[in-house]
Design a protein around this ligand. Structure first.
Ligand SMILES: Nc1ncnc2c1ncn2[C@@H]1O[C@H](COP(=O)(O)OP(=O)(O)O)[C@@H](O)[C@H]1O
Ligand SMILES: [Mg+2]
Length: 300
């Protein structure tokens, strides 16, 4: 079993009500999960359930109202070079070329490296995302998909412990999205990068994930289950849909999004409190569910 890298413990985010005397708005509550080293985890849930907030807390950009997140056993309290983030819109520096946007980050990560070392390392990742011929173009000379590729190259290049991606392909057309997904599959296989990614695309989640965290609707959202995607790797976007288990998994996810995410939701005033600890006082994690085995086991 691979080493545990990320731990989220009773993570809760609440905002004070705008009207005095009204209860606070609890976006999510008691979110527990673990991510192992090298795992690709995606998170799916309806808009507003707090996915981006959780990712920002992992990035160190926001803080929880209650609970903790740990990376390598150390509590996350601020951003750091041990984490890389890719957001939906690219966040490239417009006055730098594609390559320079990557070298900039590589230099910050390894200040002791020579110029040649930095350049060679950055070029390797520019090539991985298929931008070898466009390395000296500036963001305004690149398409949206190409910019997003540069952002991905930059994120992988710094060899962070954890890569965080918030709907990174949400703004791209289907064809571009498909080819970047395929590159991502290959880069992850080559680098063993640990990834936590938010998506609303169930096919994308199945293609990429080792496990998918399913979140209930807010307010008081929580991770209801961790779905194991036990489809063989390497995975190919065109072939995977022909796997006999593909639609079993897909239907499980869609059924959750269509009905169970609402039924399991705690509701505005917390109608159904979710158990956080077992009888021994140990933290309860969402059950690992394997739709193919049709067996549900609570893991502790
Ligand atoms: N400053 C704020 N005050 C009150 N509510 C907020 C504030 N910022 C975010 N929220 C609420 O937090 C919820 C979760 O947002 P977000 O993490 O972006 O969800 P998701 O990414 O799942 O769509 C939203 O319902 C939003 O209305
Ligand atoms: Mg979001």
């Amino acid at each position: 079993m691979k080493k545990q890298l990320v731990l989220s413990e009773t993570l809760t985010k609440a905002y004070p009500s705008e009207n005095r005397g009204e209860p606070e708005l609890v976006v999510f509550e008691n979110v527990n999960f673990r991510i192992r080293e090298g795992e690709f985890v995606t998170c799916i849930g309806h808009s507003g359930c707090g996915k981006s907030t959780i990712l920002n807390i992992l990035a160190g950009l926001q803080s929880p109202s209650k609970g903790y997140v740990f990376l390598d056993g150390k509590e996350i309290t601020r951003p750091g070079l041990d984490r890389a983030v890719v957001f939906q819109g690219h966040s490239l520096l417009p006055w730098l070329t594609a390559l320079e946007n990557v070298t900039f980050a590589v230099r910050a990560r390894w200040p002791e490296w020579t110029k040649a070392q930095v350049r060679a390392h950055a070029l390797e990742y520019i090539e991985m995302v298929g931008l070898k011929d466009a390395f000296d173009r500036k963001p305004h000379q690149l398409s949206g998909g190409m910019c997003q590729r540069v952002g991905i190259a930059r994120a992988f290049a710094i060899r962070s412990r954890l890569l965080l991606m918030d709907e990174p392909f949400g703004a791209l057309d289907a064809l571009t999205r498909g080819s970047i997904q395929e590159e991502l599959v290959k880069i992850c296989a080559a680098t063993g990068q640990t990834v936590f990614m938010i998506t609303h695309d169930v096919d994308e989640a199945i293609l990429l994930s080792d496990r998918i965290f399913l979140m209930t609707n807010g307010p008081r959202a929580h991770v209801a289950e961790a779905v194991s995607i036990n489809l063989p790797r390497p995975r190919d976007r065109a072939e995977i849909v022909h796997h006999p288990g593909y639609y079993t998994i897909r239907n499980h996810l869609v059924d959750f999004l269509v009905s169970r995410s609402r039924e399991l939701s705690g509701g505005r005033h917390g109608a159904t409190p979710v158990p956080v600890h077992n009888a021994k006082g140990e933290l309860l994690f969402p059950p690992d569910v394997d739709p193919l085995a049709l067996s549900e086991t609570v893991t502790r």
